[in-house]
Design a protein around this ligand. Structure first.
Ligand code: UGA
Length: 434
């Protein structure tokens, strides 16, 4: 099939590349000429394990093309995915201007009947707005469907190639047949594409993220209770996760959830509810607990030292999670700002988010170290914010030798408390001790 993907962010680029890999001819379009120039020169604008290799292979095989021209991208296109950003607007609503502009351009440049697919995370009812725009601009018959994306940054290729499920909201048999054919290589017979009405598909995306965010806030709240009651949240986590009705994933307490999706989607569900006269009370708490959790590390450090003024704090990990350089709504931002606000000096290291962090913290006196032990040198405490693999087994003897004071605050519960204490450190974990 000839496929067009509008938007070359995480979702668009991964979607386009994976469909090309399954044998289709895919043209990825972006209105940003710098991005397209970079892609055409063999570069990949985002850090995502495995993506670069796949892009190069499919470009070489001439199945994957990049352009800024709708005329070029839409020539003979049978399916057009809209995968552009939906930043939150001022009132908390997702801003649909890019989605609707893409729909208008798709309509204007169609050269044959086309299935137009919303892949961006959009509020319930958006597909109807896309259809209304297409009605005004399209020169050929069209179908609109909703196909939300569930990929995780850092595991995006695998999530796309081996999805837990594919959700597609359709309103016609033709769209259903096209989408079933497109996803056939990626789904198994026992887990076929889940077809449903369009509004349900749109809401499924938000419901999944809001549910996962709720699990995390629940565990962060439980961690606070464990600290007060002298229980170990890691044991409680294992104990409840073994119940098949609960399951193990997404039960890790930590420094709060961040990224471009959870915080935004939790807010979007509350906004959607408000518009129809409902108060999604539970999610208000989820958000509040998360805001509090992002301040946990700084409060722990402040309580240990009495005052952070003049102290040097080392921070390991800045990205909102491992295997990405993404710092959107990263808890590390709250941590670093909290430390600076308390008069501390901050020396941080992240394996890949260094450049992003340098821009973000520009002129604010945050020292960005090239490697983890350089960040810890002379520090009064070491704070673990992002659980990169390279931080999981620290050389405790080395740390002991270079730090000014032996204090470890583990925001992800990845270090062995006993080992740390045996090596002479004061160790704090989340929900593991007072
Ligand atoms: C999330 C969803 O997991 C994807 O399914 C979805 O497609 C995506 O949002 C999206 O809407 O586009 P992502 O934001 O890439 O993916 O990252 P996650 O791996 O879900 O992590 C989100 C945050 O939760 C991170 O800050 C992470 O550290 C935190 N987290 C995760 C915890 O604090 N505890 C956990 O147990 C799991």
């Amino acid at each position: 099939m000839n496929i067009t993907v509008v938007g070359t962010g995480y979702v668009g680029l991964v979607t386009g590349t994976c469909f090309a890999e399954s044998g289709h001819r895919v043209t990825c379009l972006d209105i940003d000429p710098a991005k397209i120039a970079l892609l055409n020169a063999g570069g990949v604008p985002i850090y995502e394990p495995g993506l670069e290799e796949l892009v190069h292979r499919n470009v070489k095989e001439k199945r994957l093309l990049f352009t800024t021209s709708y005329a070029e991208a839409m020539k003979d296109a049978e399916v057009a995915f809209i995968a552009v950003g939906t930043p939150p607007g001022e009132n908390g609503d997702a801003d649909l201007q890019y989605v609707l502009a893409a729909a208008a351009d798709i309509g204007r440049h169609m050269t044959r009947a086309c299935v137009v697919v919303d892949k961006s995370t959009v509020p319930v009812g958006s597909a109807e707005r896309v259809a209304a725009v297409l009605k005004d601009t399209a020169k050929h018959p069209f179908d609109v469907c909703s196909n939300p994306e569930f990929l995780k940054e850092g595991a995006a290729i695998d999530d796309f190639m081996r999805p837990d499920r594919v959700v597609v909201g359709v309103a016609s048999e033709h769209a259903r047949a096209v989408m079933a054919e497109l996803y056939a290589p990626f789904v198994r017979a026992e887990q076929p594409v889940l077809f449903m009405d369009i509004r349900s598909a749109e809401l499924t995306k938000y419901a999944a993220n809001a549910m996962l965010a709720t699990r995390i806030s629940f565990m962060n709240e439980m961690a606070a209770l464990c600290e007060k009651l002298g229980a170990d949240v890691d044991m409680v986590r294992r104990g409840i996760g073994s119940d098949r009705r609960i399951g193990h994933p997404f039960l890790f307490p930590g420094v709060g959830f961040g990224g471009s999706c959870f915080p935004k989607d939790v807010r979007a569900v509350m906004t959607m509810a408000r518009h129809v006269g409902l108060d999604f009370d539970l999610l208000r708490s989820v958000e509040r607990v998360n805001e509090r959790q992002k301040r946990w590390l700084v409060e722990k450090a402040a309580r240990h030292f009495g005052s952070l003024a003049g102290k040097t704090l080392a921070v390991w990990g800045l990205a909102f999670k491992p295997k990405t350089d993404d710092m959107r709504e990263a808890p590390a931002i709250t941590v670093v700002e909290g430390l600076l606000g308390n008069g501390a000096k901050v020396r941080a290291h992240d394996p890949v988010a260094r450049e992003v962090a340098a821009k973000l913290f520009h002129g604010r006196g945050v020292e960005l170290a090239e490697e983890p032990y350089a960040a810890a040198e002379g520090a009064d405490a070491l704070l673990l914010v992002t659980e990169w693999n390279e931080f999981r087994q620290p050389d405790l003897a080395r740390l002991k030798g270079i730090m000014r004071q032996p204090v470890l605050i583990d925001g992800r519960n990845v270090w062995d408390a006993e080992k740390c204490r045996a090596a002479g450190f004061t160790y704090y974990g989340v929900g593991r001790n007072g």
